[in-house]
Ligand binder design. Structure first.
Ligand code: IPE
Ligand code: IPE
Ligand code: MG
Length: 249
């Protein structure tokens, strides 16, 4: 693993990696287990992937842990997920501090149970002095929720007269998103094989490189993450330019 890490480090490491962690339920059901067993294993994967991202020098890792639409799952599964998130965060805080990882949260916290918010807030405060990787959890998050909220906030500024409609640029929108503290993702990974974005960071992934693997999240390994980064390093990011233009600059 150490050789792979140092080899990758000679190339371009994505500053921000975002992951749609999918396939917990299908993995569990394939083993004849309850879906919740998949979520439990999925927490282990979060730990592993946070570690490898940190080792590679990734600056931001955004993990889609629970979507706005996931509130419509059976209540028992929702409860399991909220409990798992809270207990994992509480348990992992000392290691996050030791590894210089800072926790951040994006999502509609007004829908989350109080105990979960308290655990997350505590961890955010306790890790606020870390200067390494920022681990950003998207919980009760969806891009349409975020964009609606952003537009509402911009509309208030226009109504108050502190912002003219003509002054609104894509930068104004970026600055009012809940992700305003991070650059856009360079690499978007989806596990579990589905070719869709499921309401995740729609504005921010405009020019992200997309990597989808059939591997289910509970068994997605450090090596799989390195593979995704290796694929990223082979891509030519053109941002609308021609290949010749990119290679000249
Ligand atoms: C991802 O795994 C975790 C969450 C969405 C919370 P799923 O629970 O969606 O697993 P599958 O996609 O049904 O296998
Ligand atoms: C996306 O997974 C959301 C998270 C990973 C938290 P879903 O399982 O909810 O996505 P769909 O329903 O397959 O699109
Ligand atoms: Mg799923």
């Amino acid at each position: 693993m150490d050789t792979i890490i140092s080899e990758l480090k000679t190339g371009n490491i994505p500053e921000h990696v975002a992951i749609i962690m999918d396939g917990n339920g299908r993995w569990a059901q394939k083993q004849g287990l309850d879906r919740s067993a998949g979520h439990v294993r999925g927490v282990d994967t979060v730990r592993q992937i946070t570690e490898i991202a940190s080792q590679l020098g990734v600056k931001y890792l955004t993990l889609y842990a629970f979507s706005t639409e996931n509130w419509n799952r059976p209540q028992q599964e929702v409860d399991t997920l909220m409990n798992l998130i809270a207990t994992a965060i509480e348990r992992e805080t000392p290691d996050l501090i030791r590894n210089n990882v800072r926790l951040a949260l994006i999502g509609d916290t007004s829908r989350m149970p109080q105990f979960a918010i308290e655990c997350l807030d505590r961890c955010i405060a306790d890790t606020s002095r870390s200067t390494g990787l920022t681990l950003c959890l998207a919980i009760s998050y969806s891009s349409r929720w975020e964009l609606t909220d952003t537009m509402r906030r911009i509309a208030v500024k226009v109504k108050e007269g502190t912002l003219e409609p003509e002054q609104i640029t894509d930068r104004t929108i970026k600055e009012n998103l809940v992700t305003s503290f991070m650059p856009d993702p360079d690499l978007l990974i989806r596990t579990g094989g589905d070719l869709r974005v499921s309401n995740f960071l729609l504005w921010q992934i405009a020019y992200s490189e997309i990597y989808v693997t059939d591997t289910f999240w509970p068994v997605f390994s450090k090596l799989d993450f390195c593979n995704a980064v290796a694929h990223f390093q082979k891509r030519e990011r053109r941002f609308g330019l021609t290949g010749e233009q990119v290679r000249k600059s």
